[in-house]
Design a protein around this ligand. Sequence first.
Ligand code: CMC
Length: 391
Amino acid sequence: KQTGYTALDQGFVNTASTRSAITFIDGDKGILRYRGYAIEDVAKNSTYLEVAWLLIYGELPTADQLGEFDEKVRRHTLLHEDLRRFFDALPPNAHPMSVLSSAVSALSTYYEDSLNVRDPEQVEISTIRLLAKLPVIAAYAHKKSLGQALLYPDNSLSFVDNFLKLNFGNHAEPYEVNPVLSKALDRLLILHEDHEQNASTSTVRLVGSTEANIFASISAGINALYGPLHGGANEAVLKMLAEIKASGEGVEKFVERVKNKEDGIRLMGFGHRVYKSFDPRATLVKESADEVLAALGVKDDLLDIAKELEAVALADDYFIERRLYPNVDFYTGVIYKAMGFPSRMFTVLFAIGRLPGWIANWREMNEDPMTKIGRPQQLYTGSEVRNWPQR
Ligand code: CMC
């Protein structure tokens, strides 16, 4: 009901936009749970597709349910041939995030007959199509940026292995998936799968609340993720680390510049709206960073700079008083780089990770009888009524 009183809550710091049973976060204690399961257990014991099922349907799948789900996703990996050619129309230096959101938006043009948001069967097939095709679109955005031929998916491979082959394979040689890389990527994707009402998920819900189709809603979510304050932070972290290295100014000096807010610079990969003691995902990613680099035989100075930066910041009153800690994006870039991904692909990897969370939230919103179109109030700060001038 309209009460006549509108509270201003810039950035939705204190306002819940929805109720949800998907993900629980306690930001003071550093707790993150998917459907009640601790992120530490989920990351250690599961796979991307199993977690996707858990988030979307609410329970862990049986072995049969998971097998069937996996099978369905594999069957829908191919893109329409015309959509494959869509990549030719974009400039070679297009940012892969723009390519991703454009191609996901374009998906709705190929499936116009199955976009009824009220028909559970159509929602189901769209869910499978999104999960199957987003990694293929992402890999094509990568190949396109390299000027390399687009490969067809290999449905004999698992979700992650297929994705790796599409990114790093070529037509001339057989491609052997490195199991270390595959396991590490699966784990990183799991850590990104959902994070309650972050900016991109809220965008998916807001767009979806107009009864826009799921492809349109998720394309909007991808665009929200693109920004450096959200998913784009992983790319920005690597850029920052590389700049610190190239400038030779040293970590302490850089931190001073951040504290002085010189040119508005921030320590990218630090701080979070909700986590105020630590980000449990960052702890898990940091553990992976050493393991993965060692297993891949990669030595990267940027990891040393990141560790030094973390140590200096965590001992500094500026960061302590503001309760700023490394977030999930702080170490992921170093790992993605060691895996062979260019930095412009980092946020795309975040998007593949976050997709099941977006789908779960979109579906929960659609199934909730309390859902209303999202339509925030404003506090008007313009002029009072004015008389139109006599001319
Ligand atoms: N470096 C330096 N100072 C910071 C940082 C940072 N990364 N983050 C916040 N602050 C300061 C900010 O300047 C402000 O100080 P003051 O009170 O003197 O004005 C204070 O801390 C509070 O900051 P805020 O901007 O009001 O906090 P917020 O909750 O609105 O912003 C944030 C959260 C994540 C956008 C912000 O911490 C940030 O910009 N971090 C860097 C970008 C980043 O790593 N983003 C990834 C977030 S986690 C993954 C995801 O969601 O995508």
